[in-house]
Write a protein that binds this ligand. Structure first.
Ligand code: ADP
Length: 401
């Protein structure tokens, strides 16, 4: 008997049967591990394709078939470029080569815009994440998780279209408001001039009713002129906007006060301000803003002579400017509405106006990147607040103004 023959049957060596058993166990274990891996893969939300370094498909999960229309069997062993529209294939092979030499995890949404190709020839946009998978038997494999983003792309395209449409119609509306208010001025001027001439020349020559009616027409034409002028000023905030420049609000305050001087003197008002910061903006729009707020504080005064105070405080990246008065105040339920175009709380006999002043304020503030609001106690006074961003050069120095 040769050595080699009885070698296997030595008592301390495993018998052939035992080796076979062990082998079977190993194979069983590997099969179970593979099965577990496949089940995990099938449970993943995205379609997943695993390819080897040459781009051949070695494994796919259950989500691949409904997405691409191929069965597992049709895909295994094929080159993965079959799932990409022809015009992208050449580039894809190059990308794959680059990826193989620097394999790394690449999340969804990074990398070039990609499309998938279904068996029936239809294309669809996809997002793909890649992860390298080091294996003992097959070396480096690449796992690609693929997500069909048709819905999302459609929603994005829809959103983009809406935004463009909105911008276009906004522009059209602006243009319309501008042209309408501009072109209405001329005929209105004619109406009011001739009505005033009628009133002057024929007062007392017709009957009392006629005099009253002419009075109404003159008054109506005047109100309409004020409206049209304010509307024109409102639409010019966009059409006549100037590039922003550093603006000292102290200066702006003085110009605004100068513009309301007549009413201030007439009402015995005191208008004061603390040191105000320098901001970045359009000086004439900022004058309009402060002038409207101070003007309103004088107009909507209570029984006492108006006291108006302007101050500014820094809150993080913004200056908060406040204009407070001791006037009639505003009911909290109107805090939002008063900033809308033409919205007024009183009739024109008691407090003249067009209801555009605060809309102008809001537009100016928004155009400067801030917001505006009011706090008030009816009967005691109101404080209007608006914010303006702290200019960059001040941002580094919290104490400066
Ligand atoms: P207008 O002054 O032409 O009426 P605004 O847009 O400037 O238009 O103001 C809208 C409304 O907000 C006013 O009609 C008034 O009722 C209210 N309002 C504005 N400012 C004040 C204020 N300082 N105090 C009380 N009410 C105010």
């Amino acid at each position: 008997m040769s050595d080699s023959i009885d070698h296997g049957s030595k008592p301390c060596e495993p018998s052939t049967a035992a080796r076979l058993e062990e082998l079977e166990r190993e194979v069983g274990q590997r099969k179970r591990a593979e099965e577990r891996f496949r089940r995990l893969l099938d449970a993943a939300p995205d379609a997943t394709i695993i390819v080897d370094q040459t781009g051949r498909i070695v494994m796919v999960n259950a989500q691949v078939q409904p997405m691409f229309g191929y069965t597992r069997q049709e895909l295994l062993g094929q080159v993965m470029e079959m799932l990409i529209p022809e015009r992208f294939r050449g580039k894809h092979v190059l990308h794959r080569g680059e990826y193989n030499s620097h394999p790394r995890t690449r999340p969804m949404g990074v990398g070039p815009e990609l499309y998938g190709l279904r068996k029936d020839g239809r294309e669809f946009p996809v997002e793909i994440s890649l992860s390298p998978l080091e294996t003992e038997e097959e070396g480096l494999l690449i796992s690609a998780a693929i997500r069909d983003v048709t819905q999302r792309k459609w929603a994005q395209d829809q959103l983009r279209a809406y935004a463009e449409e909105l911008q276009r119609s906004n522009l059209e509306l602006q243009q319309f408001a501008y042209v309408a208010s501009h072109d209405l001025q001329e005929p209105l001027r004619a109406i009011s001039t001739f009505c005033e001439m009628l009133a002057k020349r024929y007062r007392g020559q017709l009957d009392a009713q006629a005099d009253q009616w002419i009075g109404f027409v003159v008054d109506g034409a005047r109100r309409m002129q004020a409206l049209v002028q304010d509307l024109l000023a409102y639409s010019r905030l966009e059409t006549r906007a100037r590039p922003p420049e550093p603006v000292a609000l102290d200066n702006i305050f003085h110009r605004a006060v100068e513009n309301v001087r007549a009413l201030a003197e007439e009402t015995g008002a005191s208008i004061t301000a603390e040191a105000l910061p320098t901001v970045c903006g359009d000086p004439s729009q900022l004058v309009q803003l402060l002038q409207n707020l101070i003007g309103n504080a004088l107009k909507f005064r209570g029984g006492e002579p108006p006291r108006v105070h302007v101050s500014a405080a820094r809150r993080e990246e913004n200056w908060v400017v406040s204009v407070s008065d001791n006037g009639i105040g505003i009911d909290p339920k109107y805090y939002e509405r008063i900033f809308e175009l033409f919205k007024r709380l009183h009739n024109a006999d008691r407090y003249p106006g067009t209801g555009i002043g605060l809309s102008v304020c809001r537009k100016v503030v928004h155009r400067h990147g801030g917001r505006i609001w009011v706090e008030s106690e009816p009967g005691r006074g109101s404080t209007f607040y608006f914010t303006l961003p702290v200019p960059n050069e001040q941002a580094a120095n919290p104490g400066s103004n």
